[in-house]
Write a protein that binds this ligand. Sequence first.
Ligand SMILES: N[C@@H](CCC(=O)N[C@@H](CS)C(=O)NCC(=O)O)C(=O)O
Length: 214
Amino acid sequence: MSAHPQEPIRLYRHALSGHCHRVELLLELMHLPYQRVEINLQQGEHKTPAFLQLNPFGLLPVIDDNGTVVADSAAILVYLARKYGGQRYLPEPPEATAAVQRWLAVAAGPLASGPAAARVATLFNKPIDTGRVQQIAHDLLQVMEDWLSTHAFLAAEHETLADLAFYAYIAHAPEGNVSLAAYPHVRQWLSRIEQLPDFVPMQRSAVGLAAVEG
Ligand SMILES: N[C@@H](CCC(=O)N[C@@H](CS)C(=O)NCC(=O)O)C(=O)O
């Protein structure tokens, strides 16, 4: 593990992306120097040959850490935690690593196909079966609610990559018309993360806000 990157890490991101937010949140919590590179998804900048060189899947986020390019938010979180983070965000005992990995798998599964997809439907007007993705979101939220009724965090007694990976798409679920009203323990867990020193929120979308408030 090294203490710090030589030059700031470049984070290719979009302001409304929860996948990007989780990386940004970890960078902030770990006090790692980084520089944001805004990618215009609306104009398809993530499908240009230059971007596809960084990630052939054409998806954000990607980081470039002094020549080491890592794509996929979960892979980036694991890389940063292992390289610069010590034990806190990805503890080394096999059982503890597995507990974090389990939630990262859920983040790539029901979190992405539930609350994240429901939000894409409202914010970006994509043809998505909203009833189905909202159901996936509520099924996931119920599992989280049950777990968080007896645990303060998802994978350990303190925050880990698991919590950072889940935060944005749960906090912003109402932008996809997925209410958090029935999940008090989930809302308390959100506040716990928001109270971490150096926490940064994800930008709220004007469209999403209209959906929540209107
Ligand atoms: N499994 C990927 C998913 C990333 C992802 O879906 N990124 C979205 C932004 S939130 C994206 O780049 N979408 C562009 C597109 O689908 O064309 C990860 O965790 O990084």
